[in-house]
Design a protein around this ligand. Structure first.
Ligand SMILES: NC(=O)c1ccc[n+]([C@@H]2O[C@H](COP(=O)([O-])OP(=O)(O)OC[C@H]3O[C@@H](n4cnc5c(N)ncnc54)[C@H](OP(=O)(O)O)[C@@H]3O)[C@@H](O)[C@H]2O)c1
Length: 226
């Protein structure tokens, strides 16, 4: 009876902090669906962490479950953190490239939706905790963040429907959690790109107001009773 923690984008930012905090629990196996493995996580591979090299902008393939499935027992609790996300391009609608639109939808929506759909289909009897890392950008229109905000809004509603469908299901817990403004690469992307509200985000960094990912993980674990 172990916890299997599946995290997208586990190589940096909030995803890396999720790995760092999860491994403190002895009874845990982490599955990283990421494009790379952080140097500090290499020693975990095989014993505590399974790295499945994944570009989430590629089409979802059920073959990922050929690997994950080998480790899942009937009494394991499955956690899925929909963490990876891409905020770029930050630009006005009209200037977006077809490739950028496709990449944003695939990473932010298509991959996680397919993954959750297949996970629930294959493992209906396991205790399952699904965590969507959301954003205020999914509730408010921010100029030049159309693709990111729309994707976050999509996932918010998808998770609300998941919750509604599983109200009576004691095996499934559903969470959508807005982590706040974090000191990660995503904020660097935001500061590096011109848009109407850019100065506000630059000032958050200058005034040391960005939240450390490790602090957010503690409150996420608290919220999901990890
Ligand atoms: N940072 C904030 O202020 C903030 C605020 C609200 C919500 N959030 C949410 O918090 C979550 C974590 O964000 P973060 O701040 O940690 O962002 P981050 O530092 O930019 O990290 C993004 C993660 O997503 C991965 N990723 C992006 N494109 C990918 C792809 N095609 N295939 C595989 N992985 C891909 C990145 O991996 P690579 O290294 O391979 O690119 C990285 O691990 C996101 O859902 C974000 O929307 C963040």
């Amino acid at each position: 009876m172990k916890k299997i923690i599946i995290i997208t984008g586990a190589n940096r930012g909030l995803g890396k902090a999720l790995v760092d905090m999860s491994i403190k629990d002895e009874n845990t196996l982490i599955v990283s669906l990421s494009r790379s493995l952080h140097e500090e996580h290499k020693y975990l591979v095989d014993s505590k962490l399974i790295f499945i090299k994944t570009d989430l902008s590629d089409s979802f393939s059920v073959s990922v479950f050929d690997i994950i499935g080998k480790h899942i027992q009937y009494d394991d609790t499955l956690y899925f953190f929909n963490n990876a996300s891409v905020i770029l391009p930050i630009d006005r609608i009209g200037n977006l490239s077809e490739l950028d639109i496709e990449r944003s939808i695939k990473v932010n929506v298509q991959y996680p939706v397919n993954f959750i759909n297949f996970l629930l289909n294959q493992y209906p009897k396991n205790k399952t905790v699904l965590v969507n890392i959301s954003s205020g950008a999914g509730n408010n229109p921010i100029s030049f963040w159309s693709l990111y905000g729309a994707a976050k809004a999509y996932m918010n509603l998808f998770f609300k429907v998941l919750e509604t469908e599983n109200k009576e299901n004691i095996n499934i817990s559903i969470f959508s959690i807005d982590p706040g403004v974090l000191d990660t690469g995503m904020q660097q992307n935001i500061r590096d790109n011109n848009f109407p509200n850019q100065d506000y985000f630059i000032s958050l960094k200058e005034e040391n107001k960005l939240i450390k990912p490790e602090d957010v993980v503690l409150s996420i674990f608290n919220e999901i009773n990890y």
